[in-house]
Design a binder for this molecule. Structure first.
Ligand code: PEP
Length: 249
């Protein structure tokens, strides 16, 4: 059985003090939500405060990116061991905003996923098609290229989670319909099966991301191949994020 996971991506929002406040409110709100893994990913500068505020709760703190090297002359970058040292348990890799604005490629996604897993952290690896690609009927081909280029070597790692995030649905208020999401998730699971075997396909978690809100999470989670959500905007408010975590009602 795949335990659902709800992860929040705070992007470039919240200072350390604000992050601690949200975490303190959130931990009380989600304490009773058993059988759901909960993760919150603040900006680097708020990670330590978030880890402290989440201590002893069921909330894991994650980072939004990392470098693949352990250390070196990479100005402005942060390595996985540095994140682990803070108590961070999870790292998002390959988010479409990193791909769009910061030159992330399938090749760097591959290296980053490898580094996160090698240091014992969980990794949420993101992929998804643009609107132009969807309208051109290329969605499944794009997903296949992204899996083969960035994920294929790591699929058997139990701490790898895939997040399907159609770029056109991120921060736009346009959610994929449950049917559209399920089609992509089913395709990804079948592709994982081809590349890594049926046991991995059956156990790997595939999250959906793209304008998930308290009022659409239940319909999305009713789809058989959806194992949770990566939530941007709606994760910034503890009450709305807690409602998503408690999607079972
Ligand atoms: C995201 O940042 O991964 C995301 C899905 O954002 P939003 O929920 O705001 O669309």
């Amino acid at each position: 059985m795949r335990t659902p996971m709800i992860a929040g991506n705070w992007k470039m929002y919240k200072t350390a003090r604000e992050a601690a406040e949200v975490l303190r409110a959130l931990r009380a709100l989600v304490e009773g939500a058993t059988n759901v893994d909960v993760c919150v990913c603040p900006p680097y500068t708020a990670l330590l405060a978030a880890v402290e505020a989440a201590k002893g709760s069921r909330i894991q703190v994650g980072a939004q990116d990392c470098h693949w090297e352990k250390e070196g002359a990479f100005t402005g970058e942060v390595s996985v061991p540095m994140l682990a040292d803070l108590g961070v348990g999870c790292v998002i890799v390959g988010h479409s905003e990193r791909r769009q604005h910061f030159g992330e490629t399938d090749a760097t996604v591959d290296k980053k996923i490898g580094a996160v897993l090698a240091h014992g952290l969980s990794c949420i690896g993101c992929l998804g098609e643009t609107l132009q690609e969807r309208e051109a009927g290329q969605t499944l081909a794009v997903l296949e290229r992204q899996v083969k280029g960035g994920f294929a070597r790591h699929l058997s790692a139990p701490r790898l989670v895939i997040a399907y995030e159609p770029v056109w649905a991120i921060g736009t208020g346009k959610t994929a319909t449950p049917t559209q999401a399920e089609e992509a998730h089913a395709f990804l699971r079948q592709l994982v099966g081809q590349l890594a075997g049926p046991a991995v396909a059956g156990s790997i978690r595939i999250l959906y991301g793209g304008s998930v809100k308290p009022d659409n999470i239940a319909a999305l989670m009713a789809q058989p191949n959806l194992d949770g959500a990566l939530v941007g905007g709606a994760s910034l408010d503890p009450n709305s994020f807690a409602k998503i975590v408690k999607f079972r009602g």
